[in-house]
Design a protein around this ligand. Sequence first.
Ligand SMILES: *Cc1c(COP(=O)(O)O)cnc(C)c1O
Length: 384
Amino acid sequence: MKKIQMVDLSGQYQEIKNQINSSITQILETSAFINGPEVHAFQKELEGYLGVKHVIPCANGTDALQIAMMGLGLEPGDEVITADFTFAATVEVIALLQLTPVLVDVYPDTFNINIEALENAITPKTKAIVPVHLFGQCANMDAILALAEKHDLFVIEDNAQAIGAKYRSKNGETYMAGSMGHVGATSFFPSKNLGCYGDGGAIFTNDDQLAHTLRGIVNHGMYERYHHDVVGVNSRLDSIQAAVLRVKLPKLDGYCEARRNTARAYSKAFEGQEHIVAPKTINGCEGICDVCDCHVFHQYTLKITNGKRDELAQYLAKKEIPFGIYYPIPLHKQKAYLDERYKEEDFPVTNQLVKEVISLPMHTELDDEQINYITAMVIGFVNR
Ligand SMILES: *Cc1c(COP(=O)(O)O)cnc(C)c1O
């Protein structure tokens, strides 16, 4: 059996090596390393793939979130609501801009922001909601967009983990993850579903004015050369990363399908297991699909409900099966984000999830032998 990896970037590279190498070589030959034609071409191709009017490439996913918030003109003291159960980048940029992060609980089945908790957290100071499409599945965007409209709030989708996922709205339309809010942000970190070979990110919007504002912010607040109208940042996607992404974007749907196939095989093996809860795909198309294109499985995350998650983790390590605990501490308990307004009873789900979740190896190159080995070891241990 091939050695099991949490993410197999090198295996995936071997499949596309010729294309990648020749694309990178071309960049080296032309030496247009920054803002070259590859970046523009990738921008256009991603706009087409996502069905959005504007893509603004930038240096990473954290910058994408920060720049989105800067572009919306949020001001110190404005409250921004997001999920307690996410990667710290989401809340970090809120705090960095001196906005007030307001963390709320999530659902136990999808791990995404709880709509009732979100609604209860809205105050007159609330200016924006940041839904995180965690592990590859959209949050309940119908409900979020309705609340945003009712309370006049911006919606910034953190789409770092869900690029390529689809959302079936109750209005009958299907949307790409990241394209529904006022602005969407994503990351091309190598291990993300659409990863480059370094850092990269992008912001998406359908709003022409906002797109113009964002294009200036990523470039030192310049709208005309050496005229700085607003305080900006330096955040660029370089041409080599764009060249890699241009090779991988046409393969993204296939990569997502490979991940879903792995997820299907995992979930089939775990069916009927008393103490193992497999991830659920329900948002947007409840009752329509089981494991469908609404989920792109950035992570395949189990809940181990008999209190043996940590023992299982140790056992898997001994069996040379990599795993991840995403996330081991709820954000509201992180030193940097403590806030006296948080009460433990407001976070029953995240407080429980951090003890139960474990993510299994998930990438485009897993084979049946590896999947069978992983599921057999998990089931064997949990039932012993
Ligand atoms: C990865 C990630 C980010 C940040 O992306 P970087 O490119 O690493 O800065 C933001 N939010 C979520 C949910 C992520 O998973």
